[in-house]
Design a protein around this ligand. Structure first.
Ligand code: ADE
Length: 242
């Protein structure tokens, strides 16, 4: 049985700070300008990285976690704008899958969002990680978690018309700037992944007001869920060892 090694990616400092505080036996190294922190989180061997904002930063760090650090599972934690009236600030989203909202090769006959060479448009999350993440989210904020699609792109969405276009083209529950790139990297490496997001704003003309107010609450909530997810992974590992 391969021992679990959990790769955790957050874009911004606020998204990883709480997790880094809890990481035991912490060792730091730098790859391509990003700091990677190895250690133990809730008894699970883990590597945490703050990747920076956007798809390229996210994919670079996800690949480093898979290739150089040999992680067995990938979790992306952070905040997102809601694309769905039932998802309010502080609510949680667990990915069923993730797709790009800004990838367009429709001209060549590909479905909107599909990257040529890929056999899927939305990259599916791992069922087991999804179940652990959902259970963890329900512990942190009971009755306020939805499972569905994450729509990612290199754009902070704060315009109702842009939001509507993303809803229509992706049917996503929330939008952010890294998830699908991490999902694609995981998919290509055959590594199970899940994305966990807490809502910081409504991705419309209220986003400018809401985002700075709720960024911290949402980011911390998500980090808390990630920690509990690590605990579920450890318990599963221990049960298998018995
Ligand atoms: N992350 C948090 N809110 C966001 C938004 N409205 N658009 C893109 N990324 C986000």
């Amino acid at each position: 049985m391969t021992k679990t090694k959990l790769g955790i990616i957050g874009a911004m400092e606020i998204e990883v700070a709480l997790l880094l505080e809890k990481l035991e036996n912490r060792r730091q190294s730098a790859v391509a300008g990003s700091a990677f922190y190895e250690g133990t989180l809730e008894g699970v061997d883990s590597v945490i990285v703050q990747c920076g904002v956007g798809k390229v930063n996210a994919a670079m760090c996800a690949q480093t976690l898979c290739g150089r650090f040999g992680v067995t599972h990938l979790v992306n934690t952070g905040i997102a704008g809601s694309l769905c009236a039932q998802l309010d600030i502080g609510d949680l989203v667990v990915s069923r899958d993730a797709m790009y909202h800004d990838f367009d090769c429709v001209h060549f006959g590909y479905p909107y969002g599909r990257v040529p060479g890929m056999d899927v448009t939305a990259f599916p999350a791992d069922d087991t990680l999804l179940a652990y993440a959902f259970a963890a989210a329900e512990m942190v904020n009971p009755g306020h978690t939805k499972v569905g699609r994450i729509a990612s792109g290199d754009q902070f969405v704060a315009d109702p018309a842009v939001k509507q276009r993303i809803v229509d083209s992706t049917r996503g529950l929330c939008t952010e700037m890294e998830g699908a790139a991490i999902a694609q990297t995981a998919y290509r490496n055959g590594i199970p992944f899940v994305i966990l997001r807490a809502i910081s704003d409504k991705a419309d003309d209220s986003a400018e007001m809401d985002y700075p107010t709720f960024e911290k609450l949402a980011a911390h909530r998500c980090a808390e869920v990630t920690r509990k997810l690590a605990k579920h992974l450890r318990e599963a590992e221990e049960a298998e060892e018995m």
